[in-house]
Design a binder for this molecule. Structure first.
Ligand SMILES: NC(=O)c1ccc[n+]([C@@H]2O[C@H](COP(=O)([O-])OP(=O)(O)OC[C@H]3O[C@@H](n4cnc5c(N)ncnc54)[C@H](O)[C@@H]3O)[C@@H](O)[C@H]2O)c1
Ligand SMILES: O=c1ccn([C@@H]2O[C@H](COP(=O)(O)OP(=O)(O)O[C@H]3O[C@H](CO)[C@@H](O)[C@H](O)[C@H]3O)[C@@H](O)[C@H]2O)c(=O)[nH]1
Length: 450
């Protein structure tokens, strides 16, 4: 990608999974970027060129940004003072004790930024927030002579750099002109020009730009994640019916996906969705819908959540049933700890929940993963961790494939058979070649499969 004709000075506040990638991507586009975080450890890592989490091509992109002199990191919010555009990327996790989003970091980061805002500068919220949050923040920002826009982010972990540099669309919510309902004021003030300049490279390549009002922009993000989660739970509900009826959910998904009105994505049944986004975002969406008096959307998403969590419980029950009702003393190996492949993120990972429950029920549990074990060791020291795949397979009484890393999908069933004690595999992601595994003498159990 070539750089923009006029580079901007940009600050990115919050350097987690989203902010780190966004800062690196903005520098790759040719802008002058400072990434800011309250965590000194995080900033020291980033400043020394160490990628703080596993994400394909992040180490190379981070190194290139630092070497270019266009990317730097600081714990001092004052380092944002020279920027024309500030992206706020701090966490909005689920609140302790409720389903609602915890917005404390968002408000405290914005309040800390206020004294450093120049008149005419733009604050772009990228964190995922309940609808109505931007309106609460805009008074703060506008009091300082700056403008607030909402610019939700849709990147997926594991492909975060590629998604950031080639998004499907760019959504920008701006303040509606009083009473008109149209996002007019930002057009005239040049706010949108700054955003267009930030994303110039992508816009020149034809990336669709949707300009809307603040609440619609917030809702686009919440609705996108709610819809993706609903599709996955829908297919897991179909898997339940398929299993009971002797049908096959993989063939069902393939046939449904050919329908242009449906499309093939997010139809993979299995142990369900996890991660730092879909689970907490549908809960926050439902909590906000309830506050707004919209009971039906809240009930719909509660059902989506329940189906999803049920998938984790069902595979544990199936494993116990396989062993005649009890897993006590059984050697169970879980392949994968991250919530998805190409990531070391274990936030709300179905793999971890399943491993913890089987451990609690008395199995001799071994967990392996090519990237996420250091994160597991820090949080769940009780789980038996094994970095070597061969050693994890050795003497297992059954395998559970929980995260579809390429090395698990490509496992040779004949060779794996020589290592385990008993040839039983629960394919929690329906990603193994059932025929090949069965032919190698394995008892194969998929999700929603005959
Ligand atoms: N992870 C993703 O793939 C992704 C994608 C799109 C949107 N989002 C949304 O982006 C937001 C961030 O998610 P994440 O996964 O990067 O979270 P994260 O927990 O990895 O990162 C949040 C970062 O913000 C920092 N922070 C907290 N308070 C701060 C403050 N006052 N000033 C500066 N930094 C502060 C934390 O130290 C942390 O490094 C969330 O709203 C999330 O829903 C995430
Ligand atoms: O057919 C499918 C597709 C995904 N998953 C699971 O769904 C979860 C989420 O996967 P994915 O959406 O690829 O990863 P995330 O990085 O969580 O990305 C989601 O959450 C981000 C944070 O909001 C958004 O930016 C992205 O657009 C949205 O896809 C993972 O556990 C997957 O295993 C399934 O079970 N079946």
């Amino acid at each position: 990608m070539s750089g923009p004709t006029t580079p901007l000075r940009i600050s990115v506040i919050g350097c987690g999974y989203l902010g780190t990638v966004h800062a690196v991507a903005m520098a790759a586009l040719g802008h002058d970027v400072v990434g800011i975080d309250v965590s000194g450890e995080r900033i020291a890592q980033l400043a020394s060129g160490e990628a703080p989490f596993f994400e394909p091509s992040l180490p190379e992109r981070l190194a290139a940004g630092l070497a270019s002199g266009r990317l730097r990191f600081s714990t001092d919010i004052g380092a944002a003072a020279t920027a024309d555009l500030h992206f706020v990327c701090v966490g909005t996790p689920q609140s302790v004790g409720s389903d609602a989003a915890d917005l404390r970091a968002l408000f405290s980061a914005t309040e800390a930024l206020i004294p450093h805002l120049k008149p005419g500068s733009v604050v772009a919220g990228k964190s995922t927030v309940p609808v109505g949050t931007a309106a609460r923040l805009s008074g703060l920002v506008e009091g300082a002579g700056a403008t607030l826009v909402w610019n939700p982010e849709f990147l997926r972990e594991g492909r975060a750099i590629a998604d950031s540099l080639s998004p499907d669309r760019i959504v920008i919510g701006v303040s509606a002109a009083e009473g008109s309902g149209r996002p007019a004021s930002a057009e005239s003030s040049g706010t949108l020009d700054i955003l267009r300049q930030a994303y110039a490279t992508m816009l020149e390549l034809g990336t669709p730009l949707v300009v809307t009002d603040l609440p619609t922009a917030e809702l686009v993000k919440g609705a996108a994640n709610a819809y993706l989660a609903t599709r996955i739970s829908f297919m897991n509900a179909m898997a339940d019916v398929a299993e009971r009826a002797g049908a096959d959910v993989v063939g069902l998904a393939e046939a449904l996906g050919h329908d242009e009105r449906i499309g093939p994505h997010y139809l993979r049944a299995g142990i369900g969705f996890g991660g730092g986004c879909l689970p907490k975002d549908i809960r926050a969406f439902a909590a906000r819908a309830t506050e707004l008096g919209a009971a039906a959307p809240a009930a719909l998403l509660a059902q989506v959540d329940e189906i999803n969590l049920g998938q984790r419980a069902r595979i544990v029950e199936a494993v116990a049933e396989h062993f005649g009702g009890s897993v006590v003393g059984r050697r169970v190996t879980v392949l994968g700890a991250a919530f998805k492949p190409e990531s070391d993120d274990i936030r709300d990972s179905p793999a971890i929940d399943i491993a913890r429950e089987l451990h609690r029920l008395g199995s001799i549990l071994t967990l392996t993963d090519p990237a996420a074990l250091p994160n597991v060791a820090g949080r769940y020291p009780e789980l038996g961790l094994e970095a070597s795949l061969d050693d994890a397979l050795r003497d297992a009484d059954c395998l559970i494939l929980a995260t579809e890393w390429a090395e698990y999908r490509q496992l040779d069933p004949a060779r794996a058979a020589t290592l385990v004690a008993s040839r039983t595999v629960f394919d929690g992601r329906n990603c193994l070649d059932r025929e090949a595994w069965s032919a190698a003498g394995w008892k194969y159990r998929g999700i929603g499969r005959r």
